[in-house]
Every structure is written in structure tokens, then in C-alpha cells.
Design a protein around this ligand. Structure first.
Ligand code: FE2
Ligand code: FE2
Length: 416
């Protein structure tokens, strides 16, 4: 008894869906090979109707449900992409003979990226459960054509003096170490007026929005312009407009409005300002778990830069070593200056500038710097989502070796 004739249509697309349903059933049935007699018959019948026993016994063994872990769990693994390994391949993809990207002619910079895939995620285009990451190259004189999406993007500039991004009519001129926030559905294009290659790392909340079936793209910028060769937006604001408006911390203009309330209205955050801020704070005790850590915020609200991302920079001073903690948020780290390390479980991840590494949910981790120079690392976490769900929790080691819990326990908030 197959799925045929059970309400699934017979046009081309539905035919594909039908094939997928049948093959999923066949796969489930195959897994029943160890069963015998009436249990096998019963299970087969259940599976053919696209169901499964919630809890069940296979001969003498109880089968736990894969969707009910007893602690936060991610199939993603702690993993590092070393810039020394991947950097040369990023520059090399500029060779048209390699066929990386999509566009032709004036659009040849279109989607020329290398996508990072966490080895624990089975080939998904994902660095963690919730975040996608790619490395993009825009060569001298090129423009990566305008498009938009429901996903939020953060970009960390790695190389190039003449690179820019335009989002919704505002252009930010960018330099290495700068951060760009691309709000949901903002049209954006990237260009390079400089002599060198323009390279940046994108982080987007694609896997999260895909799980909600709400990640969509719009590549059809032509429909706005009516001109197939017009790939970049006209500028509607002065260069670096939102930096002029919002860059002075604690002082915000009272005469502007209209941006998405849950996204930062500031398009770019400057490396020299981040670095200066961290330096000014270097004599503070800082966080026992993160050293001197600062968050990039929405200057109008004080909230995170977007609804799904918290982005931080942290300074680890020479010889500094933090205490260990673990939390149910997923984090991508990006080395920005110097050399440091993060020990995740029993694995030490040594990082240097532009190395990218993933620390998935609920892994114990601690940071350190055993060099004689400062180490600065960026991070992107999905904390705002977990916090909106009211589910953030954390285990922390104390200086005297105890473990504290922060979060929800028996429906009461435990805070230390
Ligand atoms: Fe994009
Ligand atoms: Fe942490």
C-alpha cells in the first residue's frame, strides 16, 4: 500500500513530493528489519501511514526518542576554519576559470562565495544550527548586484581599502575590522573601488529562518529599475550617514525615524572605535567568562543589532584566562587581532586574525591569551532568540570550583 491516491496530486511538482513520501516510508520500513512477528507487522502498518510509535521496545531494548534530549543539544560540532588554510582559496576564487559564482559580464561578482559547512551538520550550509556563514570576494571595479532577503546579515570586513556596501540607499565605506549590519529585507549591493581585493565574512540567520519556513530571497532588482544593467542602488543619503547620526554613544538624533524597530539603524560599526573602546576599558576587571567584552547595540534602543543576533567584541589581555561556562546559545567567533585560544570541552582551539570557529550550544568553554600581545575576537550569537523564548540558561564555574546555574529551574528564575 503506497502513498499513491491518498490526496497527493499528480502534476510534476506533486509527483516529486509523492516520490519523497514513498522513499521516506521505505527507509523507515528498512529500519524495522530487526523486528519479528506481530510487532513487525504492526510497526510496518504504522509506518506506512506516516506515523511512528513515540516510545517503544525493540525486542528487549527501549528506543529513546531522538527529539527529546535531556539537555540542550546540537549536532553541530566545535570547529575552526583557519584563515591560513581558507584565505588563499578565497582570493583564488576570483579566477574565472574556477567557475565560482553566478554572474557574467558586469555581474560577474554575483554570489562569489565560499560557504562554511560545520562537519556535524551533514552537509548543511550552516556553521551552527542557526547561522550560515560565507566568505565573499569582490574584485577591484566589481559590483555584487543588489538583492534582498528576509534573513538578517552581519558582515565582518577582512581585506580591502576601497570596499563598500550600500543598504537601502545608504553607502558605508569600509575598512578591515569594520562590521556591517544588513537589516531584514534591505536591498543591498557591494562594490570595490579600491586597488585590492575586497573580502568579507557574512553571517546570516538562514538555518533559523529556514526552520521556520520563512527564509526568502529577492534577486530581481531589475523590477525596481527596469534596467537589466543597473545592478547597484542610487544613493539616497550622504556617505556613512548613519554613522554621523548614531556613532556618538549615548547621543541620538531626535529628528529621524522610520527604520525597523528591532534592527539597528546604524549600518556600520568602525574597527578603530571598537578597538579604542576596548582599550579604554582594559583596566577593568571585565567578565570572569569573557574578559573585556562589549556588545554592538541598536543605538536607538540599546537592544541587539537585530532580532536574531547579538554581536560582541572581546579583549583578552596578555596572560588572561577566563573561567569556564556553557549556555544554550550558539556562537560563531571571528579572530580580529592577535592570537588567543578557546578551550571547548577538552579541545583547545587556537585562533588568530580572521580565523572563524563555532561553539555550539551547551559546550563548556573558556577563553585565554597566552601571548604577550592583546587578543580581540568578535562573536555572533543567537542569544536574542533564546531570550525572547524565555529559555536562556547557563552553567558557570566559580573561582572555588563550584558550578552555578543561571536560568529556569522548576519554573523559577535562578540568577546568581
Ligand atoms: Fe545578501
Ligand atoms: Fe560563552
Amino acid at each position: 500500500m503506497g502513498a499513491k491516491g491518498r490526496g497527493i496530486g499528480h502534476d510534476g511538482r506533486s509527483g516529486l513530493i509523492e516520490e519523497r513520501v514513498v522513499s521516506a516510508i521505505e527507509q523507515m520500513i528498512k529500519q524495522l528489519d530487526g523486528l519479528k512477528g506481530r510487532q513487525k507487522e504492526y510497526s510496518e502498518h504504522v509506518h506506512r501511514l506516516n506515523m511512528i510509535e513515540g516510545w517503544w521496545w525493540a525486542s528487549t531494548e527501549f528506543q529513546p526518542r531522538p527529539d527529546q534530549p535531556t539537555h540542550p543539544q546540537s549536532p553541530a560540532i566545535p570547529f575552526i576554519w583557519k584563515w591560513a588554510d581558507v584565505g588563499p582559496l578565497v582570493y583564488e576564487m576570483g579566477d574565472p576559470a574556477l567557475g565560482v559564482g553566478l554572474g557574467q559580464g558586469a555581474k560577474k561578482a554575483e554570489r562569489r562565495v565560499l560557504v562554511l559547512r560545520n562537519p556535524g551538520l551533514g552537509g548543511q550550509y550552516a556553521v551552527t544550527n542557526t547561522f550560515f556563514g560565507d566568505l565573499q570576494l569582490v574584485k577591484k571595479g566589481e559590483i555584487a548586484p543588489s538583492h534582498r532577503h528576509t534573513t538578517t546579515a552581519a558582515r565582518f570586513i577582512f581585506d580591502g581599502k576601497g570596499g563598500w556596501t550600500t543598504v537601502e540607499g545608504e553607502r558605508a565605506q569600509l575598512a578591515p575590522g569594520d562590521l556591517v549590519i544588513n537589516q531584514q529585507l534591505g536591498w543591498h549591493d557591494h562594490g570595490n573601488d579600491g586597488p585590492d581585493d575586497f573580502v568579507f565574512f557574512d553571517v546570516l540567520d538562514i538555518p533559523l529562518l529556514t526552520s521556520l519556513a520563512t527564509a526568502t530571497w529577492d534577486f530581481d532588482y531589475v523590477k525596481l529599475t527596469g534596467d537589466k544593467d543597473k545592478t547597484a542602488q542610487d544613493l539616497e543619503f550622504p556617505l556613512n550617514h548613519s554613522n554621523n547620526l548614531y556613532q556618538a554613544g549615548g547621543i541620538v538624533p531626535k529628528f529621524v525615524g522610520g527604520s525597523r524597530p528591532d534592527h539597528s539603524p546604524m549600518l556600520s560599526y568602525r574597527w578603530e572605535i571598537v578597538r579604542d573602546t576596548l582599550q579604554r576599558l582594559r583596566k577593568e576587571a571585565g567578565s570572569p567568562y569573557d574578559g573585556i567584552i562589549v556588545e554592538f547595540t541598536n543605538p536607538a534602543t540599546g537592544g541587539p543589532v537585530g532580532p536574531t543576533m547579538s554581536i560582541c567584541a572581546q579583549l583578552l589581555r596578555p596572560g588572561e584566562k577566563t573561567l569556564a561556562h556553557r549556555h544554550n546559545t550558539n556562537t560563531i567567533y571571528i579572530g580580529a587581532e592577535g592570537k588567543g585560544y578557546t578551550t571547548v570541552g577538552d579541545k583547545r582551539i587556537d585562533w588568530t586574525q580572521w580565523d572563524i570557529y563555532a561553539v555550539p550550544s551547551w559546550h563548556w568553554h573558556e577563553h585565554g591569551n597566552d601571548s604577550t600581545q592583546d587578543a580581540i575576537v568578535y562573536s555572533v550569537s543567537d542569544g536574542p532568540v533564546i531570550e525572547k523564548l524565555g529559555l536562556y540558561c547557563e552553567h558557570r564555574k566559580t573561582r572555588d570550583g563550584k558550578t552555578e546555574f543561571l536560568g529556569w529551574k522548576a519554573n523559577r528564575l535562578v540568577s546568581k
